[in-house]
Write a protein that binds this ligand. Structure first.
Ligand code: PLP
Ligand code: COI
Length: 371
């Protein structure tokens, strides 16, 4: 049974939300059992948010409803032409019980950039932030409090219109679902091995690489499967000039002997918010940061000469993880040194200390979600 609560007054973003409580919500005992060992992406909270968009009506009918299947017309454009975008962020519980998220306005802006590229409507930032507050308002108990756990938030949007002509859809839906999360990699913060895919690219010049859209991940799945076969946890991609791009689901940063951090700048990679934040923290510590094209050969020769002492991967799901090995078809780079790993882990510690409210949020990166 579901109960429709009375419609409320317009919210800060000018929306009137309809809230339907999930009467089959997990019991506290069931929820606690999940939160004790959430893994990543396995379990979902009791509710979800959805908002409709139409060419004529704009954004309308914002709802919080029980988590459950979405009914789609088999001709829904997303199923045929992949007009879809998403975001990934986390809600963190602080020691005083309050719930915060990290740089959500950056995610809102990135979702708008993704929307432009994928010919989807742009969701105003205030509505984006409000959608996160709405799901937390009903599912706050799902934000875990054990160290280094969080509630992963997955806003997404897709073309719902039933139409097989190839053009931007006139009916679109936006959703937020939430999933309690522990470590992304089974090894936690142990160094990961990366397979370098040279046969396959993730994105191309002028393509959709900078958008957070499902197709980029679909194209990474086959090379990612190869990575697993080679004993690697992630796959790295190059551009067609042999420059380093990024991993299937994370950005990459190289560490030089003098402490300089080097990371690819390219219009075909996802501009990571974790990377930007880590590089800001590194700059604050006095490290030089270079954002530029990074030829793979620079990594190979630098590792051989000792000029490059390590590398790390970073993204919301994995936070920051040292890279122990880059494996190519005919070469291997091994970063056994502890210095770069120690730097990666120190930056990870500082970032998570801010996210969990253990140290001062000196850059003003946190937004409270539960008040
Ligand atoms: N690159 C890709 C392909 C990703 O999927 C992600 C994760 O979202 C990132 C980079 C890192 O982005 P962020 O730090 O904003 O999570
Ligand atoms: C994220 O870190 O939010 C992502 O979307 C990456 C994915 C590997 C889970």
């Amino acid at each position: 049974m579901t109960i429709n609560l009375p419609l409320q007054a317009p919210s800060a973003a000018g929306l009137i939300w309809q809230v339907t409580r999930n009467e089959q919500a997990k019991t506290p005992a069931e929820r606690e059992a999940i939160l004790a060992d959430p893994g990543f992406g396995n379990h979902f909270t009791d509710h979800m948010v959805d908002i409709c968009w139409s060419e004529k009506g704009g954004w309308h009918r914002p709802r919080v409803s029980p988590y459950g299947p979405i009914s789609l017309d088999p001709a829904a454009a997303v199923l045929h032409y992949a007009q879809e975008i998403f975001e990934g962020m986390k809600a963190y519980r602080h020691a005083d019980g309050s719930i915060h998220t990290f740089r959500p306005y950056e995610n809102a802006a990135r979702m708008q950039r993704s929307a432009r590229r994928m010919a989807l409507p742009e969701l105003p930032s205030e509505i984006f932030i409000e959608s996160l507050q709405r799901i937390i308002a009903v599912d706050a108990d799902w934000v875990p409090s054990a160290p280094e756990t969080s509630l992963y938030l997955r806003p997404f949007m897709f073309a719902k219109e039933a139409f097989l002509g190839v053009r931007p859809a006139k009916k679109v839906n936006y959703y937020v679902i939430a999933s309690p999360a522990g470590a992304y990699f089974a090894g936690g913060v142990e160094p990961v091995n990366i397979w370098l895919s040279t046969q396959y690219a993730r994105a191309g010049k002028g393509g959709t690489g900078a958008a957070k859209t499902g197709g980029n991940y679909a194209s990474s799945l086959l090379p990612q499967a190869e990575a697993y076969e080679k004993g690697c946890q992630q796959v790295a991609f190059l551009d067609d000039e042999g420059n380093l791009e990024e991993l299937g689901g994370m950005n990459i940063v190289l560490v030089k002997r003098d402490g300089t951090l080097v990371t690819p700048e390219s219009d075909s990679i996802l501009e990571g918010i974790t990377r930007d934040s880590i590089l800001q923290l590194a700059t604050d510590r006095g490290h030089v940061v270079e954002r530029r094209a990074v030829p793979l050969d620079e990594w190979r020769s630098g590792a051989a000469s000792g000029e490059i002492v390590g590398a790390f991967a970073c993204g919301t799901a994995a936070v920051v993880v040292p890279i122990g090995r880059l494996l190519g078809t005919d070469f291997e780079i091994v970063h056994a040194g502890t210095e770069a790993s120690a730097l990666a882990l120190a930056l990870r510690q500082e970032l998570t200390d801010i996210q969990y409210g253990r140290i001062e949020d000196r850059h003003g990166w946190l937004t409270r979600l539960d008040a």
